[in-house]
Each structure stands twice: as structure tokens, then as C-alpha cells.
Design a protein around this ligand. Sequence first.
Ligand code: NAD
Length: 368
Amino acid sequence: MGKEKKYKVGLAGVRRGGNIVRALENHPQCEIRALCDINTDSLQKQGREFNVPDSRMHAEFDDFVNEDIDVAVIATPIEHHAEQSIAAMESGKHVLCEQTAAYTIKDCRKIIEVAKRSGKTYMMAENYSFFHCVLEWKKMIEAGRLGKIYHAEGEYLHEITHLLVDPETGEKKWRYPRAPIWYCGHSLGPLLFLMQDRVVKATGVTPGKNMHPDQDSVSFLDMETGLFQTEKGAVIKILASQTVKRYQSSKPKYLTWYSLYGTKGFVENGRDPHENGLEWVEDVDSKQDGARHVDTPFSDPNAPPEARHGGHGTGEYSMINHFIDALDKGTLPAFNAVQAAEVTAPGLIAHESAMKGGRWIDVPQFGW
Ligand SMILES: NC(=O)c1ccc[n+]([C@@H]2O[C@H](COP(=O)([O-])OP(=O)(O)OC[C@H]3O[C@@H](n4cnc5c(N)ncnc54)[C@H](O)[C@@H]3O)[C@@H](O)[C@H]2O)c1
């Protein structure tokens, strides 16, 4: 057995980023070395938690990116993702960047170009694809038990109006200009990951801003529906909302729902933590049987207790293991620069379609 590689990790954007780094901190090959945030109070607080000295805490991203680190985790607002990911790779760092990858197709292409030129590993941190039930479905699909997938649905319905506009001050926050379906990573991401497919055409539709007619931002659209045609001939439907009156919970099990239909069966998860999922698989179930109720946990029941430190069930833990494994082996991770673009771009195009009356639009294709 060779000596295990060690990775010095830095984090930019310490709020949500704290969870990812907590998961990395538990990984035996990782050491948290440097932090960056424009908010110096948050920076100090996070620095104390991870024992990072003042000299390695930076308010300026340019200083952070020149730190002696191997991996830069980017968890700043999405508008900074492309520029910061590119700067980090240009400075010789591997990148684990929050989702989605960028707000424009042009920036998606730039990330791919720099990942290719620099030889550095880029992964979009699409943690929902690493929920336990998603990984179990992946094994079923790879074994051919669902046959050919021809239809899939994903929902990400998360009421976050307080993160669009501050309810007390009226201040518009960074998510304010974000159309609901631009944030399609947690819904479209796991489906494409499972189907090993890519979107070729998109259309979008929206009911408008009936709940917030006075808000001039597309982020307040009540719901956005994207329909996608894939290269393998499947159809995917995504529902996305940031204002929906549904559950007042930010627990992923309340917000997220998936279903996949194949020529030999179907699977779907429960609609909330109290509900089972459903499954019917030709080689197990008879025609007379209805769908079976099955547990579809987001946490791996056999994972060690520290696997939950990152949050999102064991999603962060499994995602980090996947990323570090790719670094060790020098292989492309899931949600590498091309696949990150393939998850990000369809949402941008579906919104463009919705704003143009819902006509079908070709989705740009990406490659190495
Ligand atoms: N995968 C998930 O489950 C998940 C959950 C929540 C958020 N996110 C993603 O994480 C990212 C951050 O979201 P959040 O909820 O923490 O946002 P936030 O606004 O709560 O926090 C962002 C942090 O980044 C800092 N920041 C802003 N601009 C910066 C810059 N230019 N350089 C350095 N630091 C900067 C802010 O001071 C703040 O501490 C976003 O990309 C979001 O989409 C992902």
C-alpha cells in the first residue's frame, strides 16, 4: 500500500461552505488550511472552529487563492462561482464549487476551457446526487433493473423569500435576480447523474407572480416548470419555486422529490420524511402486485456517525469521498466541468424559453 495523499484545503464563502468543510475536515486525507470571506466577523468565527490562524484568513479572494492549498472550495454567491473557480484553477488549485456552476453559458464554457488547460480537477458540489437513495437507484439502473429510462421528474420547492429580500430592511439579497429554474442542480443534477444522459432541448413555462405581484424580480415567479428532451430520447420535467406555500422547512426531504420511469419499472422517493417511496421492478414484482412501499433514506444507515457532520443526510460525506477518490486516482469526478455545464445550462435555457412564451430552444452542447 502506497502512502495516502494529503490535501490542504481552503474555503471561500464560510456560511454554507462551513458544512462542506466540516465534511472535509472529517476526511483523514484533508487538512483545513485557509479561509476567505468578505465578512470578517463570519471569517473569525469560522477560523476559530477550524483552528485557522489569522495569517491564513483572507477578506480578499486574490490573497486566498495564492495560499499554499491543494483544493479551493468555492461556496460564495453564484455570481462569483465562475470567476473564482477559474482563478483558483489558474493558480494551480483543484476546485470543489457550490452549485450551480455559473449564470451564463459563456462562463460554463470558460470553466471547461480552464479545467482542460490547467489539468486541475473541477467538481460542482451537487450534494443531492449523493443522497443514499440516489446512490442505491444508481446501482439498480446500472444493473439494468429499470430498463431504459424514458421519463423522469424532479422537484425542488423551497420557500426562501427571506433570502430574496430581507423582510426587515427590504434589502435585496444576492438570490434576488435568480430565476427559480436557474437553481436546477438539486433536481436535474441527480436525474442526469442517474440517467447518464444530457439535455438537448428545453422549454419553460411559469404562472407568473400571483403571490408577489409587486416584486419586479423573476426570482418571485410562483413556480417555474422546465421540460427537457435528452440525447437518449427521454423526457425530464422539473418544478422549481422559491416562493411556494408548501412546507415551511428547509430539510431536503421536504423540498425534493424524484421519479424515474424505465421500460422495466419505476422508482420514486417519499414526499416528506414520514412517507415511503414507491418501486415496481419487473424482475421482482408480479403484474398483479401494486408498487411496493420502500424506504428511501437520504442517509446511509451503515455510515459512521461522523458521516452526518456535513449535513444533507450523508450527502456531503459521500460527495467528499467521491471527490477525494477522483483526486487520488486522477480520474474525472461526477459533475466535472463538462457535466456541471450540462446540469447548469438547461435551467438557464428553460427560463429563457419561459420568458419567450415557452418555445423549445436547443441547449448548447459541451465537450472536452
Ligand atoms: N448544496 C447545497 O445544499 C447548498 C445549500 C445552500 C447554499 N448553497 C450554495 O452555496 C453558496 C453560498 O450560499 P449561502 O447560502 O452560504 O449564501 P450566504 O449569502 O448565506 O453566504 C455567502 C457567504 O459568502 C461570502 N461572500 C460573498 N461574496 C464573497 C466574495 N466575493 N468572496 C468571498 N466571500 C464572499 C458572504 O460574506 C457570506 O459569508 C451558493 O452558491 C449557494 O447556491 C448550496
